[in-house]
Design a binder for this molecule. Structure first.
Ligand SMILES: [Zn+2]
Length: 124
């Protein structure tokens, strides 16, 4: 429950109180804060970047989310449009992945840090 709260509400994975990203809106965070998150939790002072380059691993989560979204949209649009318009399907899926990329970025970082940190994590 704490992890779900952290992932969906942009909260610290350890205490669930401090914000993770500077702006809670994924699109505004990308636009105005370059996609950055806070260095430390404002509530429990947990250092979010556990080691240099820690969030490179979030790319794997991001890839999985984008593939999942693409497969979902492929099944959805094949059932609506049929298989004749393959180029339209590819365009719709590509544009959708681009439109949802800030949400993908946001969720992938929060999912990645929640894999490694829970409420029992020792203070670094
Ligand atoms: Zn915290």
């Amino acid at each position: 429950m704490n992890k779900l709260n952290s992932i969906l509400k942009n909260k610290c994975p350890k205490c669930g109180n401090g914000d993770f990203f500077i702006n809670g809106n994924p699109y505004l965070n990308i636009l105005f804060h370059n996609g950055n998150c806070h260095k430390n939790c404002s509530s429990c002072d947990l250092k979010y970047e556990l080691e240099p380059g820690f969030f490179y691993g979030a790319m794997y989560v991001s890839y999985a989310l984008a593939i999942g979204l693409g497969c979902f949209l492929l099944i959805l649009f094949i059932s609506i449009l049929g298989k004749e318009d393959v180029l339209i399907l590819i365009a719709i899926i590509g544009i959708s992945i681009l439109i949802f990329s800030p949400i993908n970025y946001y969720l992938s970082r929060l999912l990645w840090i929640n894999i490694f940190i829970d409420k029992n994590h020792p203070k670094p």
